[in-house]
Design a protein around this ligand. Sequence first.
Ligand code: HAM
Length: 433
Amino acid sequence: MRKTIQAVRGMHDLLPGEAFVARQVEEAAREALEGYGYEEIRLPVVERTELFRRTLGEVTDIVEKEMYTFDDHGESLSLRPEGTAGCVRAAIEHGLCFHQVRRLWYAGPMFRHERPQKGRYRQFHQVGAEVFGLAGPEADAELILLTARLWRRLGLEPERDLVLEVNTLGTPEERAAYRERLVAYLERRRDELDEDSLRRLHSNPLRVLDSKHPAMRPVIEAAPRLLEHLGEASRERFERLCALLDLCGVPHRVNPYLVRGLDYYTHTVFEWVTDRLGAQGTVCAGGRYDGLVAQLGGHDTPAAGFALGVERVAALLRELGRAPAAPLPHAFLAMAGEEAVRVGLAWSEHLREACPWLRLVLGGEGSLRAQLRRADRSGARYALVLGEAEAVQGTVGVKPLREELPQRSWERDALLERLAREGEAAWEGLALP
Ligand code: HAM
């Protein structure tokens, strides 16, 4: 036998049930986003490597070691590890954010060469949103309110099922001053730093605060806090955001250690986290990035956004027993004999024409018995049975598969007419005498 070929590590097939839940998450997100005036934008999966270097930051984990980068006839290209960089690139390139307020959303696969584990994949899917041209904390609040509405739409209750953490990173100048203070502090406690933190001490010291290493806790807890070293305006801005969230009834927790793993953020950052998914508990994350458009050669434009991980939201729904199931077929048409198959195929098309809502599965090949077994497994509520006799007589047997009721014979035309007239509800009691 030939050796089978399996999927690449960390890149998963979404099987039928899983794909259905993922689509419901994406659909709910689309509805929520459109409700706030976001327009869809479709972006390439591949961009110039330079774009990610310039936006995400040279010394971030993603750019240092997680990108799928390849040479394309002398040009370095990368699979997108996230969507913000490409969205900003497109917005500048097509003048979408020039002196105007623009709300854009996108969905699709992202690629990061991380160590795969539960909830962390090398190909995963995001739905993301970016708003350009609004500078105030009201815009940040709106983004957060949108996500809270989305959770409720999906049957998740903010605070009970997932918690909102917020923080502010201030302006780049404030952060640079703080960074010096933090490095000086960490240098004093150098002996206590773990390997990762030592590596980040000078390249990306703020990320040390994000360390999950238990031995680092006391070091982190005694570290100077960015919030306390911000200027008046930045602090006031953050207080206004928190007050707006209170006003709109969105519970939140200020997490002074929330720094995010990407370099482009300024002021507000936030994450929705859950403890139901183990180590990969962040289902949605975002923040403000006021410097990025100018940094990529566009006009100075304030901007903010977020992205949710579709697999993680779906996993949370499953974990809580709230994942929607795909609707079952209404009926399964079992046909036996050459004439019945011919008549059945033509009739089923009339039926579909008259009832666009119909979920009808054709029995396929094999004996009537085999088809009825398949009908049962399909989850359909009824089997429609078409043998040689029914084919000639213009009838069809309606056999309930989920109730203890006998099969009933219907004129095919009459059944079609009733289903067309009464819609889905017509199935109720179809087998009743
Ligand atoms: P991020 O935090 O890198 O932010 O990713 C956003 C979300 O994508 C995460 O919260 C998580 O749910 C999901 N995610 C990330 N990596 C993986 C992975 N390896 N496997 C499964 N899910 C994953 C961004 O990507 C920013 N672009 C968000 C943003 C938009 N900020 C402003 N605008």
